[in-house]
Design a protein around this ligand. Structure first.
Ligand code: FAD
Length: 417
């Protein structure tokens, strides 16, 4: 009998759910997916669409909030379009035309999508409570099984060179679930990644941010607004329009900066609201809707190793967030797609060694950009560089486009995935 399972019949109210769980515990799934953020839901949607048995284990119950800026970049719009999901966004969420960067000393740089690239000419601001719900619903419709309110707590003991499944907890019950492959898509503090020994603690690759929805924000338009202002450097702030005069407002920095400069998230948040030249004016009469909430980001590929034996990581668990822009939804969607296709090939050919391709794909496809991006943010994110750069790009739109393409990893030569 598995640990923690009672030999006594469950109470009538819990009976139905418990019967379902006991049934699940006898099965071996093709893939167990930990986490139903964009990476996990997209991987589950594609694997189930290929006809494989997939079980998603999600700690929360949906719809749930996720601390995020909610900015959907053109590159993410492209993935959502390929997955047949863009029609669910159109008309429901605020559509953005570009980004405005506010330097402390000089003018505003306005960059309009697609910035000379082949990606779409628009983005969205989509509160994650709704976006993630849409993605998970689509995964269910495609045939993925989902256990909400189920927290993965660890991995089963390795046997024969592979990890046979995960340990989890749901409504006080301890479960052991079996899968031929395991996908850790459980975010930056991934339990799957930690237990498989795949996470690294290097502060160069870990960011921390805080965000709050605010009402009464002045002069919102259909542009994302980024504030690399002196008062919060080397942190950076944002104001993303949600609807009417409501915006997603936030600020964040990389952990190595905290260690070097003693930064503190609360003080940075206060400084963003009070001491910035541009943002403080916009937010002067805004009121918070709830308290500011913080979360980690794992960026630049260097914060994790994406595979061990039959375990893969995707999204923030695999340190996939863009180290320059802090955009992670794009790369959660893309790594979810890469992971699903690699797992599908391994399942079809019954060859687990195919999984060795996955880290190679990620490093080949993103490694160079993430390497230079990590260096750029480490050494270039300071007022002495940012102010003159934005002074130039505000006067020369083509240079602004070039900067936008670099920040958002949308090269002119890219053929979108
Ligand atoms: C403040 C902030 C602002 C951001 N702004 C933006 C932005 O504007 N645009 C952008 O593109 N990116 C942004 N990001 C990054 C973005 O939020 C992430 O990169 C993205 O959510 C990663 O998706 P994911 O699927 O990998 O993980 P997540 O979205 O974190 O999903 C992980 C899921 O796993 C579940 N889970 C966690 N642990 C367990 C467990 N033990 N068992 C079961 N389930 C578990 C969680 O409940 C969650 O549903 C921001 C991040 C932060 C912190």
């Amino acid at each position: 009998m598995p640990n923690g399972f009672s030999p006594f019949p469950p109470a009538p109210a819990a009976r139905e759910a418990a019967i379902g769980i006991i049934d699940l515990m006898g099965e071996e799934y093709d893939v167990l997916v930990a986490g139903a953020g964009p990476a996990g839901s997209v991987a589950a949607m594609l694997l189930a669409g290929h006809g494989f048995r997939v079980l998603v284990l999600e700690r929360d119950r949906f719809p749930r909030d996720k601390i995020c800026g909610d900015g959907i970049a053109p590159r993410a719009v492209h993935s959502l379009h390929v997955l047949g999901l863009e029609e669910e966004l159109e008309g429901r969420f605020l559509r953005t035309r570009g980004i405005r960067f506010y330097a402390t000393r000089d003018g505003v740089t306005e960059v309009r999508y697609p910035m000379g690239s082949r990606y779409p000419d628009h983005g969205y601001v989509a509160p994650r409570r709704e976006l993630d719900d849409i993605l998970l619903r689509r995964a269910k419709e495609r045939g993925a099984e989902v256990l909400e309110g189920c927290r993965v707590t660890g991995l089963l003991e390795p046997s024969g060179g592979r990890i046979p499944g995960v340990r989890a907890e749901r409504e006080g019950e301890r479960l052991e679930l079996k899968g031929r492959f395991i996908l850790g898509a459980d975010g930056p503090s991934s339990v799957v990644g930690r237990e498989a020994g795949l996470l690294r603690r290097d502060p160069l690759y870990i960011g921390v941010s805080v965000r709050c929805y605010m009402r009464g924000v002045r002069d919102l338009a259909d542009f994302l607004e980024i504030y690399p202002e002196d008062a919060i450097s080397p942190g950076c702030g944002w104001i993303f329009p949600v609807s009417g005069d409501t915006a997603n407002v936030g600020v964040g920095f990389m952990l190595y900066a905290r260690e070097a400069k003693g930064l503190n998230l609360n003080r940075l948040w206060e400084a963003f609201l009070r001491d910035t030249r541009h943002a403080a004016k916009k937010l002067a009469s805004a009121e918070p809707l709830g308290r500011p909430r913080g979360a980690l980001l794992r960026v630049g590929l260097g914060g994790a190793v994406p595979r061990r034996a039959n375990v893969l990581l995707a999204g923030d668990a695999a340190s996939m967030t863009n180290p320059i822009s802090g955009e992670g939804i794009t790369y959660a969607l893309e790594s979810g797609r890469w992971a699903a296709e690699t797992l599908a090939a391994a399942l079809r050919r019954e060859d687990p060694d195919i999984l060795a391709l996955y880290p190679r794909i990620l490093h080949w496809y993103y490694g160079r950009y993430y390497h230079y991006g990590t260096l750029a943010i480490r050494y270039g994110n300071r007022p002495a560089f940012v102010n003159p750069l934005l002074a130039v790009t505000s006067r020369f739109p083509r240079l602004g486009d070039k900067m936008g393409r670099f920040l958002m990893n949308c090269r002119r030569s890219d053929h979108p995935l």
